[in-house]
Design a protein. Structure first.
Length: 230
């Protein structure tokens, strides 16, 4: 089944409502277990480059030869699916809708803006590792959504290692959220900001995401990001 057909299994209106309410929406069984484990094994094939990270932050591996066909297809199909939501979020935040319908047109806008560094990557965290809070909002062209996926089985391959998001609203304490994921599950998350309705209309809140400390085993994950960095 191709990526477009797989996406059609999910209710776009329900996903949009969940993103509006929480800043994330889980896509259960997005990848079957064999696909998920095959993606994790890409680390053994020499097609990814290791990126230095702080001690205890695990390992990050960038796709230095471009995305494999499965992920390339997912990114194009997901972008087409999410672009109307992205434009709606921009409009609610008082910004001009600016996301074209097709991924290639958005990618070209990245290149014109001087954004040439791909950001999609795999991660491996071992016992004691965790991934600090971060977000991917570098550059003029920032798509408001990204995909994350879990490529290992909780409680079997690893313990701990929950995917966590925080949301900072003005004059309020940060709101933590734990995003529940199983092997092969993915989630669409807000990249860095999202619109929230208040008494005076919509305003933007800031978000970051992280992975809590892995207590045992190995945890493999993926971040699929639509825009490039400078």
């Amino acid at each position: 089944m191709n990526a477009h057909a797989m996406i059609e299994r999910f209710d776009v209106d329900a996903v949009g409502a969940q993103l509006d309410a929480e800043g994330y929406a889980v896509l259960p069984h997005c990848f079957d277990p064999r696909e998920a484990r095959a993606l994790a094994r890409l680390l053994e094939d020499g097609l990814l480059s290791s990126v230095p990270s702080e001690p205890g932050n695990g390992e990050r591996f960038d796709f230095n030869e471009g995305l494999p066909p499965l992920l390339h297809a997912w990114r194009e199909a997901l972008y087409r699916w999410l672009a109307p939501m992205a434009n709606r979020w921009h409009a609610l935040a008082g910004l001009e809708p600016c996301f074209p319908a097709e991924f290639e047109a958005f990618s070209e806008a990245n290149r014109r803006a001087g954004q040439h560094r791909p950001q999609s990557h795999l991660s491996r965290l071992r016992a004691g590792d965790r991934l600090a809070l971060h977000r991917h909002d570098e550059g003029e062209q920032v798509f408001p959504f990204q995909m994350i996926a879990l490529l290992s089985a909780p409680q079997r391959d690893f313990t701990g290692g929950e995917f966590v998001m925080t949301e900072q609203r003005p004059r309020m304490q940060s709101r933590p959220m734990v995003v529940p994921l199983a092997l092969g599950d993915a989630a669409i998350i807000a990249t860095a900001q999202r619109p929230v309705e208040g008494a005076q209309g919509h305003y933007r809140v800031k978000l970051k995401h992280a992975i809590s400390r892995v207590r045992g085993g190995e945890r493999f994950g993926m971040e699929l990001i639509f825009h490039d960095a400078r």
